[in-house]
Write a protein that binds this ligand. Structure first.
Ligand SMILES: C[S@@+](CC[C@H](N)C(=O)[O-])C[C@H]1O[C@@H](n2cnc3c(N)ncnc32)[C@H](O)[C@@H]1O
Length: 204
């Protein structure tokens, strides 16, 4: 077996698996279509395990709002950035910003912004406690958005590390570029978890 084949075949096994100490269902969940379902059970565990702050969360890739509502249980303020136009990997490609804003109105701590992540990251220099990257599942976009998120937050989670090899590769490369700790939760299409222990320690 050549080296390339070996690396490809062991692609799914070379990140430290994340093993939650407990699974807890957040109080508020949205009844919406989402491949993210199930992952809400480990968000509290991640926050507690690494001592992540609870103030600010940013999400890139909101779609109908399932994961944004999950995060609204844990953080004082959640900013959700999306074109709300879908992408090559989503089933829905109809514009739905106003509809989604209406649906998420009951969750007063979620602020939605209709924007491409590229326009957002050049003008936002804030720090966040937590970030979620779940945009188009290509290497270039995931790497670019994810690197910005890793440099601006204590912890970044990436959806679809098991179902999209390009996402997984981007996450591994960001971990290498930043020196942050990387874990992977292999269920519900996979969640990559990148933790900046230095910035967590600095805040405390
Ligand atoms: C897989 S969906 C997100 C699913 C969502 N997190 C959930 O809980 O179900 C991906 C979303 O990323 C958005 N998206 C794709 N490329 C983007 C970009 N360049 N900038 C902002 N949003 C983008 C799409 O519009 C789509 O709504």
């Amino acid at each position: 077996m050549g080296l390339r084949t070996y690396i490809r075949e062991h692609f799914l096994e070379d990140i430290r698996p994340y093993k939650p100490a407990s699974l807890t269902q957040p109080a508020q969940l949205l009844d919406a279509v989402s491949a993210w379902k199930g992952l809400e059970m480990i968000i509290g565990d991640i926050i507690t395990r690494f001592g992540i702050g609870r103030e600010k969360c940013i999400e890139f890739g909101v779609e109908f709002g399932y994961s944004a509502v999950v995060f609204s249980n844990f953080f004082e303020r959640v900013t959700g950035v999306d074109t709300f136009e879908g992408d090559i990997h989503t089933n829905n490609k109809q514009e739905h910003f106003q509809q989604t804003r209406e649906r998420l109105k009951p969750y007063g701590n979620i602020h939605l912004v209709k924007s491409d992540y590229r326009d957002w990251i050049v003008r936002d220099n804030q720090r966040y406690n937590f970030a979620h990257v779940d945009i188009v599942h290509n290497y270039k976009e995931t790497y670019e958005c994810g690197l910005w998120a890793a440099r601006h937050s204590e912890c970044v989670v990436f959806h679809d590390t098991e179902s999209f090899p390009e996402v997984r590769k981007a996450v591994k490369d960001i971990a290498r570029a930043t020196g942050q700790q990387l874990f992977n939760y292999p269920h519900h299409y996979g969640l990559g978890i990148l933790v900046d222990t230095k910035s967590i320690a600095k805040r405390k």
